[in-house]
Design a protein around this ligand. Sequence first.
Ligand SMILES: [Zn+2]
Length: 90
Amino acid sequence: MDLYLDRLLNLPNTTVESFTEEENKITLKLRFLQDEITCPHCNTHGGKLKQNRPILIRDLSVFGKIVYLNTPRRQFYCQHCQRHLAQSSK
Ligand SMILES: [Zn+2]
């Protein structure tokens, strides 16, 4: 969404989809740019996305406001080594 925010966060393959600002809290909603991952065990590309559920991470405080990262925690399944793989942006 916002290239400046993306650069500020500096998380690979992640973009800021939206952000909301409340009285003393900023929530950044993150989105991954890739739908496939490379399995770290067998190096096969194309782990299948099984689950995608958001988690809220409390990050740094900026300008006296607490920053939360609403980041998808995704779980993949590698058919090659038949393992579940978790991926999170942090
Ligand atoms: Zn694998």
